[in-house]
Design a protein around this ligand. Structure first.
Ligand code: HPA
Ligand code: ZN
Length: 350
């Protein structure tokens, strides 16, 4: 994406890169680049159904969320050991660091791994080792959001929660929240009402994917039935004026992922994406990468593609970075410190 930028775009990219920002919607399994997938396949004696990195990448043509999920779950099949999860997470942290990310809230899907016989202990140990190391060496803080797969049953989600809870103390610095992802259509938020109520009682922060392929009504039930603090995607909220009004009044953040929406045909063209309109209407919009290894860009690419397609101003890009810090689950003192750094970075670079 970089190579296509004109000179003024290069300057804008440098401007956005140096803004301190948070990434709030990224699936760690979606950061597994084809090169690392092949390396892990070889290390674990697994044969991938593609002869090369290039042919695998060429297969990343999607016409729906499900067409992506099929490849995404298959790709995760190379992850077996603690070291595999560490390597994947560390690679992401370096990419995020290069894009000026100072804080990440990362989703992981235990069911994708436990159903293959990989223990949740292995998953968490590898991810945590990378995130704790990155906190020291790259100065990026991280939280983990354990996400339930919504195409599976609520019973399965309860079992996943029960398997994870004994590890909560060990990972208290990282595992602070719960998410809901996978196939949205016909799997409405209320299917998980009881397990979300339990997670809320346990003191977890709550988020859920809603209004990506599913209707605005799912945003409504994610907010009112599940009680989430943020909506992942939520771009279809604009179909329902009352939902939109609530998002604006309650300052509920949307974690929007423009290149994901483009690749999964949620929008036909980025110039038709509603994120700029929603931002200008007063919705707390943030920009994120979702599954960057599959959708052709990390967070800075998402900012830049949006800036170009939607003519976002410097001030709007700075607001988006500020929204990401505000919308994070960081303690208020950390938010204030980072927002001050953002204000300095924005004024020195102009
Ligand atoms: N939507 C739903 N589930 C997902 C996604 C997404 O964009 N990415 C990874 N799991
Ligand atoms: Zn997502």
């Amino acid at each position: 994406m970089n190579a296509k930028l004109s000179l003024p775009d290069e300057a804008l990219r440098r401007y956005v890169q140096q803004l301190p920002k948070a990434e709030l919607h990224v699936h760690i399994e979606g950061t597994l680049e084809p090169e690392l997938m092949f390396e892990l396949a070889q290390r674990n004696h697994i044969t991938l159904p593609y002869p090369s990195v290039d042919t695998l990448r060429e297969a990343y043509q999607f016409d729906s969320l499900q067409s992506f999920l099929d490849l995404y779950y298959a790709g995760a099949g190379v992850l077996l050991t603690e070291q595999d999860f560490y390597d994947m997470a560390m690679a992401y942290m370096h990419r995020a660091h290069a894009d000026g990310v100072v804080h990440t809230e990362i989703m992981f899907d235990p069911q994708t791994h436990t159903t293959r016989g990989v223990a949740i202990e292995t998953v968490l140990a590898g991810l945590a080792r990378a995130l704790r190391e990155a906190r020291k060496t790259l100065n990026i803080s991280s939280y983990l959001l354990m996400s339930f797969l919504r195409h599976l049953s609520e019973e399965d989600a309860f079992q996943t929660l029960d398997a994870a809870l004994p590890l909560r103390e060990t990972y208290r610095d990282l595992w602070i929240g719960i998410g809901l992802d996978s196939a949205e259509r016909d799997n409405p938020p209320e299917k998980f009402a009881r397990v979300y109520a339990r997670c809320k009682a346990l003191g977890f922060k709550l988020v859920a994917h809603a209004g990506e392929e599913g209707p605005a009504e799912y945003v409504r039930t994610a907010l009112d039935t599940l009680g989430v603090a943020r909506i992942d995607h939520g771009v279809r909220s604009s179909d329902d004026q009352a939902v939109l009004q609530d998002l604006i009044e309650r300052r509920t953040p949307l974690t929007v992922c423009p290149l994901s929406n483009l690749k999964l045909c949620v929008v036909d063209d980025l110039s038709q994406h509603n994120l700029a309109k929603l931002l200008r209407q007063g919705v707390m919009i943030t920009i994120n990468s979702d599954d960057p290894a599959y959708f052709g860009g990390y967070i800075l690419d998402n900012y830049m593609a949006s800036a170009q397609a939607l003519h976002l101003s410097h001030d709007e890009l700075t607001t988006l970075a500020g929204n990401s810090l505000q919308a994070s689950f960081l303690p208020q003192a950390d938010k204030t410190r980072l927002l001050n750094l953002l204000a300095q970075a924005a004024s020195q670079a102009r």
